[in-house]
Structure formats: structure tokens, C-alpha cells
Design a protein around this ligand. Structure first.
Ligand SMILES: Nc1ncnc2c1ncn2[C@@H]1O[C@H](COP(=O)(O)OP(=O)(O)OP(=O)(O)O)[C@@H](O)[C@H]1O
Length: 634
């Protein structure tokens, strides 16, 4: 008995009765052979089908290539704007050729790609830019377009200040937000109208402090303000008035405004204006500029009351050097409640970041106050990127206010001041030349409208005679005269005094106050100075400025000639030029935006009458110098 039963498949007919076993297996074999032949035929038919499709594809892609080639040829017939455009087209062509190559190769391997290409072909050649398949490659370097240098938006589009002062006066009471006390004081000081710069800037500062001292508008830090307006346009009052107005509402005395100026004289001048408008309020103004000893200044800064050190100043006017001394020596100057940082003559302050004064002030402002709760509005952290998180706890704002007649337009320089969303008020509005880098661009400034500029061709030896001619014959006094060195100022002063008939003085630090007073009262006809008095100094009644030595830099020129034609008045500026200086000097002045400098020729005949006397004076001066030297050395 067999252990297993083997059942063999005999086909569909297996169960049918068949005459013999052999005939049955032969029939089965025949059937299988037929099926195999059928399958072979089918395969053959499929293969031939594929071949024809492939041939069609090849023909199609060649057609595409021809099309592109034709298009390129027609493109080249058109005038090509530039070399760059041509190169770009060539590269585009090159890339599309690459794509085609990839496409042709891939058709041999993949049916999917074949189908997709078929689709593309059917869609026609209308949309050639969109091949409809993934483009491999294309990593070749693109021609990098030249960087277009443009000014930041805030520098390129400032709030425009009208240059014409007289035509754009705004009555004091038209500016909202000023207390009657302050308005009365303005009237008392002879100011019934605001100048254009004041009418624009005062409301902007007041608006930022609408919510009081501790919090910015809407809880945000106010925008910093930059002001670029001509010399004598009234920039000082543009910051003094709003700062006094805002601080008037304070309860506790803390240093809340700090004005930094480059020189002692300027600090003293601004201190006087602050004091005049703070008078009658509880605000205290202090100057830290080195006129007094450090310990005397320190004593006036704060006092001990009920065991606590309390500030004795709300507004401080300082020079950077003295300011840093007080911060480093921890002399009681606390800036942790500082609300306004005013930087006057800002371009000069940027150029000479003396002892990195700004970073020291910022450190003193944000460094303390950490002991308080993090969410307190009294706590301060130095501004970084503005994020939702960084803005959520309200902070006591610090606002920077920059003023200058020659504010730089160089964003890299301004960046040093770390301004927060700055807003520029400027009377010089011009489109930036995008092709010239900021560093190479000749900076342009605004000149006072009432200023008439002249240059006088001369020789070195005739310069003193020309000055005498201006005073004695042309009656142009009082003249403020600038030399490039103290020696030249001293020499000229001696010469003119020896000549006689002219009241002359040198503006030296020792006798500065009295000299300025005499000059303003008209008892000095010729005041000779170096560039120490060129910036910011406000001397009333200067009819004429003479550049006895031509200034080397255009900014120096702008500030020197800006000592006249102030507050909307008219004035004259003469520059004595040697033959070799003429071309470069005139180019420098015109590039800086001067409305025009005219030639003033003084004929030799005009000086003839003075020449004999002048020669004698020269000999006398030489003799005096010889005697003086002998007395010194023998
Ligand atoms: N609204 C006004 N009405 C009349 N005089 C004014 C007014 N504002 C300012 N002044 C006067 O104009 C003169 C020039 O003002 P100020 O010194 O502020 O000019 P500035 O723009 O700061 O000039 P600079 O750039 O040379 O420093 C000053 O004598 C000042 O008293």
C-alpha cells in the first residue's frame, strides 16, 4: 500500500474521460506549445511598438532643439542692449540645451519620462520656459549683478525743512503742547515765531514723550531724531524748548537730559540757553565742561539727604572728556534715568569719539537698575533686535537727538551712534546717487539763504593789505577773520595793530569773554580767530567773515562762513585765494552745494595808498621781533 497519493494536474479536461493516457498527454503538450507561441507573438508585437515610439521621441526633441536654435538666431538679429544681456541669453540657451540632453538620455531609461515628454510635446512649444519636468544641474555660476548702493530709506527720504526762514515763520502759539509759561518766556526773549526747523522738530519730540517720561508712545521706544539744517537756523531752541517742556512735569530730580558738545565754549553757550528757559521752573541745569575743577563739579552734581544720595541736576550740558571723567571716577553722576541724549555738532562728535564717550554713556544708562524687577518700567536693557518678547515689558525709553549743519550722510558713520529707527529732518533733500559709494561721495550741505560768497585772488604778501582795505576803504567791519594757525592769527593781529586806525583783537581763550563782548558792541572792528570759534559759536552782528587762510576742508568752510547770515539775516563771506589754491578750492565749495561763489578782484591801484605805510610797519615789526628774541635768549 502506497503511503502517498500523487494527484497530477491534467488541465481543464483532466476530469474528462480520455481514450488513452498517451493521447491525453499529447493533447496537453500541444496546448502548452500553442500558448507559448502566442506569448512569443505578443512580446514581439510589444517590442516593435516601443521602438516606433522611441523614434518618434527622438524626432520630436531634435525638432525642439531646431526651434530653439532658430529662436536664438532671430534673437541675435535684434540689437542687444548690453554685453551682460548677451551673456545671460547665452547661458540661458546653454542651460536649456543641457536640459534637453538630460531629457533625451532619460527617455531611454524611463517610460514615465517618455510619457511626460510626450505630454509636453502635445502641449506644443507655446510654453517653452516651463519644461514641465525636473531640471537637473543648472549649478553653473550666474553673472552677479553689481550691488546698487542706496541710502537707507530714512536718509534718502527725510522730513524736509524749508530753507527760507523769513518766508516760513510759524507763530509760537501755533505749536501745540507748549505750556503758557514757556510761551511767555519765548515772547519775553523776543521770539514770537518759530523758525522752520523749530516748527518741525519741536512737535516731533513732544509727540514722542506724550505718555510721560517713563514710557514711550504705545509702550514703544521712541524713534531717534537727526536734524541737518544750515548754520544759524535755530537748532539750539529746537531741542531746548521740547526738552524743558517734557521735563517740567517731573516729580523727582534725576539726570534726564544730557547734551554733549565738542568744546567748552559751545557747552557754555547751550547751558545759557537751557538755563534761560528752565528759569522759573523747578528744573536744575548744570554744565560739566571743565570751567571748574572736577571736585567742584562733583559737589554740584548730587547731595546726601536723609542718608540717600540725590541728584541735583535734571539737565546736564557737558563736553565728552569731562563727562567720561565723571563716569569713570564715579563722582555721583547717575544716568540710569536718562531720557534724552542730545548730541550737538553731531558730525564732529562722530569723528572724534573721544574716549569712546558714547559707549560709556550708554553703559552708565543701562548698566544700573538691574536690581529692580525685570518687568518694571524702571529696568532697562540695551536695545538689541526688536522681537515680540523684547518689546513686551515696557521700558523707560532713551531717545537720541542729533543736530548739525553738516550732518554726515554716510550710513557707516551714523551706524556708530546705534540709532533706533531714526527719523531725519533735513533741508538738503536730494536723490542719492546710487552708483557712488557713500565713502567716496562728495557730501553736500545747505548754506544760509542770506549768505553771499566771494573769493579774492591774491598773493601771500598782499593778504594783510587786503584786510586793511576791507576795513578802511570798503567799511565792512565788524569782520570775523579766520586763520589756519594761532601763529598766523598772532602775526596778523600784531601787524594790523601796528598799522593803526583799526581796532583788532585775537580771540584767545584767556580773554575770550571780554573780547567777544567788545566785538559785539562794535568796539573791535577785526576779530581774528582760529577754527576754535568756527563751529556753533553764535556771535551777534557779524556782517562779514573773511577766510584769511583758505580752509582745508569743506565742513570747516561751511561752519566758518556760517558765523554770518544767521537767523535769516544777510551776510558776506570772502575767501583769500592764492593762484595755486583757486581750482581745487572752488571745486570743493561747488561740490558741497554752494549756490555760487563770485570772484571779487581788488585792483592794485586800490591798495597803492596804503603800501608805503605797510612797508614801514613790516620793518618795524621785524625789528620788534628781533628785540623780543634777543631778550629771550641773551
Ligand atoms: N525763533 C527765533 N526767532 C528769532 N531768533 C531766533 C529764533 N531761533 C533762534 N534764534 C536766534 O538765531 C541765532 C542762531 O541760532 P542757533 O545758534 O540755535 O543756530 P544753529 O542752527 O544752532 O547754528 P549753528 O549750526 O551755527 O550752531 C541765535 O542768535 C538765536 O537766538
Amino acid at each position: 500500500m502506497s503511503l502517498f497519493l500523487v494527484n497530477r494536474y491534467l488541465g481543464e479536461d483532466g476530469d474528462e474521460e480520455s481514450p488513452t493516457k498517451e493521447s491525453h498527454s499529447q493533447a496537453l503538450l500541444l496546448k502548452l506549445q500553442q500558448k507559448a507561441k502566442e506569448r512569443q507573438r505578443k512580446n514581439l508585437a510589444e517590442h516593435t511598438n516601443k521602438k516606433t515610439i522611441k523614434n518618434k521621441n527622438k524626432a520630436g526633441s531634435q525638432h525642439l532643439q531646431k526651434d530653439k536654435k532658430r529662436k536664438l538666431e532671430s534673437d541675435t538679429e535684434e540689437p542687444i542692449d548690453s554685453k551682460e544681456e548677451k551673456e545671460r541669453k547665452e547661458r540661458r540657451q546653454c542651460r536649456s540645451d543641457d536640459c534637453l540632453c538630460i531629457l533625451v538620455e532619460s527617455t531611454e531609461g524611463s517610460e514615465d519620462v517618455q510619457e511626460r515628454e510626450e505630454g509636453t510635446r502635445q502641449a506644443g512649444t507655446a510654453d517653452k520656459s516651463d519644461p514641465g519636468f525636473a531640471v537637473l544641474g543648472g549649478f553653473e555660476s550666474e553673472p552677479v549683478a553689481k550691488v546698487r548702493r542706496v541710502l537707507p530709506q530714512w536718509l534718502a527720504h527725510p522730513d524736509v525743512i524749508q530753507r527760507d526762514i523769513k518766508g516760513h515763520l510759524v507763530p509760537v502759539c501755533n505749536v501745540a503742547g507748549l505750556s503758557s509759561n514757556l510761551i511767555n518766556k519765548l515772547h519775553h526773549n523776543g521770539i514770537d515765531h518759530f523758525f522752520p526747523v523749530q516748527a518741525e522738530v519741536i512737535p516731533a519730540i513732544l509727540e514722542a514723550a506724550q505718555q510721560g517720561l517713563l514710557i514711550g508712545r504705545g509702550g514703544y521706544r521712541p524713534r531717534d531724531i537727526c536734524v541737518s539744517a544750515p548754520t544759524g537756523s535755530g537748532k539750539t531752541l529746537a531741542f531746548v524748548i521740547p526738552v524743558v517742556q517734557v521735563l517740567m512735569q517731573r516729580v523727582v530730580c534725576h539726570v534726564r537730559a544730557l547734551a554733549v558738545l565738542p568744546t567748552k565754549e559751545l557747552a557754555q553757550q547751550v547751558y545759557k540757553v537751557f538755563s534761560a528757559y528752565a528759569e522759573g521752573t523747578s528744573l536744575r541745569v548744570l554744565v560739566l565742561a571743565g570751567q571748574r575743577s572736577l571736585s567742584a563739579e562733583q559737589a554740584s552734581l548730587s547731595e546726601y539727604r536723609a542718608g540717600v544720595r540725590r541728584s541735583q541736576a535734571d539737565i546736564i550740558v557737558a563736553t565728552p572728556g569731562r563727562l567720561v571723567d565723571h563716569i569713570n571716577k564715579k563722582s555721583g553722576l547717575k544716568l540710569d534715568q536718562l531720557r534724552f541724549l542730545i548730541i550737538d555738532e553731531a558730525d564732529r562728535m562722530i569723528d572724534s569719539m573721544h574716549q569712546a564717550w558714547l559707549s560709556q554713556v550708554v553703559k552708565a544708562t543701562y548698566g544700573t537698575g538691574g536690581g529692580r524687577e525685570a518687568s518694571s518700567i524702571f529696568s532697562r536693557s540695551e536695545a538689541a533686535c526688536a522681537t515680540a518678547a523684547s518689546l513686551s515689558p515696557p521700558q523707560m525709553p532713551l531717545q537720541k537727538l542729533l543736530f548739525s549743519a553738516t550732518l554726515t550722510q554716510n550710513p557707516e558713520k551714523l551706524q556708530q551712534l546705534d540709532l533706533h529707527q531714526p527719523r531725519l529732518f533735513s533741508s538738503t533733500h536730494r536723490q542719492a546717487d546710487a552708483t557712488v559709494p557713500a565713502a567716496q561721495k562728495a557730501e553736500r550741505f545747505d548754506f544760509p539763504q542770506g549768505l553771499s560768497e566771494f573769493y579774492v585772488p591774491c598773493t601771500l604778501s598782499r593778504k594783510p593789505l587786503l584786510i586793511l582795505h576791507f576795513i578802511l576803504r570798503m567799511k565792512l567791519s565788524p569782520i570775523l577773520c579766520f586763520t589756519n594757525s594761532r601763529q598766523a592769527a598772532h602775526r596778523l593781529s600784531l601787524l594790523v595793530k601796528l598799522f593803526g586806525d583799526v581796532q583788532a583783537a585775537e580771540l584767545s581763550p584767556a580773554v575770550r569773554k571780554n573780547t567777544l563782548k567788545d566785538f559785539q558792541q562794535g568796539s573791535i572792528q577785526l576779530l581774528i580767530s582760529t577754527d576754535a570759534a568756527a563751529r556753533g559759536i553764535d556771535i551777534s552782528g557779524v556782517k562779514c567773515v573773511v577766510n584769511y587762510d583758505a580752509p582745508q576742508y569743506v565742513r570747516t568752510y561751511v561752519h566758518r562762513v556760517g558765523r554770518t547770515a544767521r537767523a535769516g539775516k544777510s551776510g558776506l563771506a570772502f575767501t583769500f585765494l592764492l593762484g595755486v589754491q583757486e581750482k581745487n578750492f572752488l571745486k570743493m565749495v561747488m561740490d558741497a552745494g554752494s549756490p555760487g561763489i563770485q570772484k571779487q578782484i581788488v585792483k592794485s591801484e586800490s591798495l597803492k595808498g596804503m603800501e608805503g605805510r605797510y612797508e614801514r610797519v613790516l620793518q618795524e615789526l621785524a625789528e620788534r621781533i628781533r628785540v623780543h628774541i634777543n631778550a629771550l635768549f641773551y
